[in-house]
Design a protein around this ligand. Structure first.
Ligand code: IPD
Ligand code: CA
Ligand code: CA
Ligand code: CA
Length: 258
């Protein structure tokens, strides 16, 4: 069994080391490519950051399996030891257009069980990290468990296209909340929910978008599942809802009604 603290001491250094590479790399000028469309971008910094993490993992934790958005994709179900999920830049569109509101994320599993989650708010230099039995920290400060706020009393983070198309009654969900917010980075959205600044966040996400945030959310007793109540398997993409228990139940009922 790997010791969470031993892994943490190593991994937290990696985020400190990628920060200047990411910020200075953007200043120098980005190589930007369309992946599947003009709305789905990848830059040289996305690729270089993932390569950096992969090298560090191979050096410090040989024998690990890795699933990364910009590289090879191992399967958690065939990972006997440590399994790492990497989203090198989450919110690439924000990174390119604004140079703000993006994150870098890593999730760590051991024998298919969640061990540690990391969301690094690069611009503000805040590392949100934690895991089962540890709680969740912003740098060295422990976050309190968020209040079990009802939907009507909280802001809801949503995916823009899902809101515009009224996906499964989402506009009614938003009407019953205190308002919608669209930040454009799953990592930044999760941070708002972890801190109790939003009552929930709903989006169609891939494993590298939801893995780290979900480990942190579970450590704070938040509900994090698909909107149909399925457990997230770190293999499939799905409609992920992270929310307080009260808001989760209200949102999933409203969306089931469609
Ligand atoms: C994207 C962002 C965005 C979410 C998309 C993700 P990326 O991640 O998190 O907020 O709506 O579904 O793909 O591609 O910038 O890492
Ligand atoms: Ca992407
Ligand atoms: Ca992402
Ligand atoms: Ca990404």
């Amino acid at each position: 069994m790997y010791d969470q603290q031993q892994i943490h001491q190593e991994v937290k250094q990696w985020f400190r080391q990628v920060r200047p590479r990411i910020l200075e790399g953007r200043e120098r000028g980005l190589d930007i490519e369309n992946k599947t469309s003009r709305l789905d971008l990848v830059t040289n910094i996305d690729k270089e950051t993932e390569k950096f993490y992969r090298q560090k993992i191979a050096e410090s934790f040989p024998g690990s399996s890795v699933l990364g958005e910009e590289g090879s994709k191992d399967d958690i179900n065939n990972a006997p030891g440590l399994f790492w999920v990497i989203d090198p830049i989450d919110g690439t569109m924000n990174f390119v257009k604004q140079g703000a509101s993006f994150a870098s994320m890593i999730a760590v599993y051991y024998q298919q069980k969640p061990l540690l989650g990391y969301i690094y708010d690069v611009v503000h230099d805040h590392l949100y990290w934690g895991g089962h039995g540890l709680g969740v920290y912003c740098d060295d400060k422990q976050l309190p468990v968020p209040e079990n706020t009802a939907l009507k009393d909280g802001l809801l983070g949503v995916n823009g296209p899902m809101l515009m198309s009224n996906y499964r009654n989402l506009q009614e969900v938003v009407k019953q909340s205190a308002g919608a917010r669209i930040y454009g980075s799953a990592g930044i959205e999760y941070i708002h929910v972890l801190k109790g600044k939003c009552v929930g966040y709903l989006s169609h996400l891939s494993p590298w978008d939801y893995a780290a945030g979900s480990i942190l959310a579970e450590s704070l007793n938040l509900s994090v599942k698909t909107i149909d109540g399925k457990t997230l398997d770190v293999v499939s993409s799905g409609d992920v809802l992270v929310a307080t228990d009260k808001a989760y139940n209200q949102i999933s009922s409203l969306m089931a009604a469609e």
